[in-house]
Design a protein around this ligand. Sequence first.
Ligand code: FMN
Length: 323
Amino acid sequence: MGNRFTERFGVSHPIVQAGMSWASSNVALPAAVSNAGGLGVLAAGPMFVDDFREALRGLKSETSAPFAVNVPLYRPQADEILDIVLEENAPILIASQGGPGKYLKRIQSASVKCIHVVASERHAKKAMEAGVDGLIVVGAEAGGHPPPAQVSTFVLVRAVALAAPDVPLIAGGGIVDGAGIVAALALGADAVQLGTRYLATRESRVHEAYKQAVLHAGVEDTTLVGKAFGPIRMLKNTFSERYLEAEAAGADQEVLLSIFKESSLKLAALDGDPDNGKPEAGQSAGLIKDLPSAEELTGRLIDEYSLALARLSELSVSLKGGL
Ligand SMILES: Cc1cc2nc3c(=O)[nH]c(=O)nc-3n(C[C@H](O)[C@H](O)[C@H](O)COP(=O)(O)O)c2cc1C
């Protein structure tokens, strides 16, 4: 499965475990994925600065394979976190929710590779021109922060593959298995990023009740809250029902914001209340039926990838034979 993604970032498989606040804000999940030949990602999002440094050191001691650190640029301590990324020589930075101008030259001049998360063709082109080493393109199916314009992974990945061809492209949103990987690569991606799928593994740091809620969800069981402030895709629950009822009733922004702020991802992930919290998850939750270890899952993805390719090559033989 080697290509320009695996070559540039030094990983065996073109599989990235998405940076997920709480779920991958630990050592165990990214270490297991990197040790299995994928790219494990430590999510700095909700971490205190000192805890982040400690986790980064722990991750370095648990794996000799490449790993990445995800830093949402909007967080107030983003600069401090970036300093630690440099001091601790993390090999790869994945920056999200902000422009590359803020950090790119400083980080790249220390030989840290920079992957930038984008959710539109325009931002992809700008990031490519700024000189990022890779692009993560996330479509509407995704858990967490899908694109505000709600363009699906199928369309957005294709659009960015055409608009920004000179940089490795990592597709995310809705991918859980080998069939999804083959589909993304066929659209022009060089690698894939899986979030919700890796959230439902033994090593992910979210509460067991949250994992069970993901396992019990169907493909129609997620929704978007906070459209006015940057949409979040989460499992439907008591909180989302209340929020969406207020939105449908025409509540003004201030009221919506105050309901929005009453709940959090932390309430679901750490405190174990997926019904009143914001359990972020993608539509792909409906395709997830088990809680494997991250190593088992990564190995399975590779096997499924080969099976999906074999199916396509059989199809191509039958097409040539006139079906
Ligand atoms: C629980 C959860 C937390 C997330 N936290 C972050 C984050 O801190 N930073 C970020 O860039 N993206 C975050 N995301 C988005 C993921 O990185 C990824 O783009 C998304 O999960 C891909 O879609 P999928 O869930 O369908 O695989 C989060 C997603 C989930 C499900």
